[in-house]
Design a protein around this ligand. Structure first.
Ligand SMILES: Cc1cc2nc3c(=O)[nH]c(=O)nc-3n(C[C@H](O)[C@H](O)[C@H](O)COP(=O)(O)OP(=O)(O)OC[C@H]3O[C@@H](n4cnc5c(N)ncnc54)[C@H](O)[C@@H]3O)c2cc1C
Length: 362
């Protein structure tokens, strides 16, 4: 006999935990299944969360950000004050940028515990496998649901089972930790060191998150090899294993709802194509998703309201970011000389706009 639940959420990342929390708060029964034995472990992230002010500037239409992106102070590793771009020739462009770094494993665990506190059940070490006759088949048995939410990241199985569009051209990216004291500025290195994307150093407390992402269309190399070269060049003292996954690169997928299923977060491509950041969007969309799903079960609200809701909140800046990324792929990436020239032409103000998902021209 299949177990019965109102909402089955697959994946306990920020998108899944926020969905589960807000659905459970409205009184429907929610179960989250997470394939990892421990939520958030291992960390595969730069661990940067932009400040409320930055997020509000990037996503001015996102509702009630104060309560959506509320990060308890004990989770904050470091305050960030600026961002520095380093061109292939070593030219430096710097501008103010505020945010915090977190320990991403503890951050995800906090969000999952908030969902559990709201009444959701969390099952770890349980993978979603497929949908058969409207029932989810998981490693822990069969689950009958009224709504299934795929919050299972960039290579979402739920999305595939629902027949929704998949993320095209995701970028491999890896991260680790370097020991040492670093100034409170994010450093982003461009050029052959990370073809079509960038390498980063993001300061934490007594250490920094270090990573590399690249575009497969500009290189068929290995992310770990790019990481090794970057760490060596910067003389970094790497103290943890390198872990990685994919980052969606082309903005939100065209459709996110199919029948009684939907996808959210990286599964829906809700990442800023220009910088690979997706934590705030996963949280904003997860909250919208949880509310719509619960209203659907309790009052018959159409699930499509989730699709239109997240696009109204964050869709336009993500579209602009995807457009700018395509432009950069065509004009700037592919040769260090071109990348350097384009960065010089853009200058400080336009590069700051770029990172904030804003138009760079006129
Ligand atoms: C190297 C790297 C650095 C990054 N740095 C930043 C950054 O600094 N700031 C930022 O904002 N964003 C960053 N991002 C992007 C950010 O991590 C994602 O946008 C964010 O995690 C999206 O949240 P999510 O909940 O949609 O997906 P995820 O966080 O990927 O969560 C998906 C969850 O689903 C689980 N899962 C997957 N398949 C199944 C299955 N079949 N059954 C059960 N569970 C399953 C996974 O184990 C995982 O826990 C980075 C990404 C990478 C790869």
């Amino acid at each position: 006999m299949a177990e019965k639940v109102d909402v089955l959420v697959v994946g306990a990342g920020p998108a899944g935990s926020m969905t589960a929390r807000f659905a459970a708060e409205k009184g429907v029964s929610v179960k989250i299944i997470e394939r990892r034995g421990e939520v958030g472990v291992p960390v595969r992230c730069g661990e940067l969360v932009p400040s409320l002010e930055e997020t509000r500037g990037t996503f001015p239409n996102a509702p009630d950000l104060e309560n959506t992106l509320d990060i308890p102070s004990y989770l904050i590793a470091r305050q960030i004050e600026g961002m520095r771009f380093i061109s292939p020739k070593g030219r430096v462009t710097e501008f103010p940028f505020t945010g915090v770094t977190v320990d991403r494993d503890r951050f995800d665990q906090h969000l999952a515990s908030e969902a559990v506190r709201a009444g959701a059940e969390l099952v770890r070490g349980c993978s979603f496998l497929r949908i058969e006759d409207g029932i989810a088949v998981t490693e822990g048995g069969e689950i009958e649901y009224k709504v299934i939410v795929g919050a299972d990241g960039p290579t979402s199985r739920v999305s595939r089972e629902l027949g929704l569009p998949r993320n095209r051209n995701p970028y491999p990216a890896v991260s680790s930790i370097a020991k040492g004291d670093f100034e409170p500025v994010i450093q982003m290195y461009f050029g052959g060191i990370a073809p079509g994307a960038y390498s980063w150093i993001i300061p934490k407390s007594g250490c920094a998150n270090v990573g590399v992402g690249f575009a497969p269309k500009f290189s068929d190399g290995k992310p770990t090899e790019y990481f090794r070269q970057f760490a060596e060049k910067q003389g970094l003292d790497i103290i943890q294993e390198v872990h990685g996954k994919y980052v969606p690169s082309e903005g939100p997928i065209k459709r996110t709802v199919s029948g009684n299923g939907l996808v959210v977060g990286d599964a829906a491509g809700q990442v800023a194509s220009v910088n690979g950041g997706g934590i705030p969007q996963a949280m904003i969309s997860g909250r919208i998703c949880g509310n719509v799903v619960a209203d659907h079960i309790l009052k018959g609200r159409p699930l499509e309201d989730y699709d239109s809701g997240f696009r109204a909140a964050i869709g336009k800046p993500l579209k602009t970011a995807a457009f700018n990324k395509k432009l950069a792929d065509t004009l700037a990436f592919g040769s260090d000389r071109r990348t350097d020239l384009c960065m010089r032409i853009l200058g400080q103000r336009r590069m700051a706009n770029l990172v904030r998902c804003m138009r760079i021209f006129p």
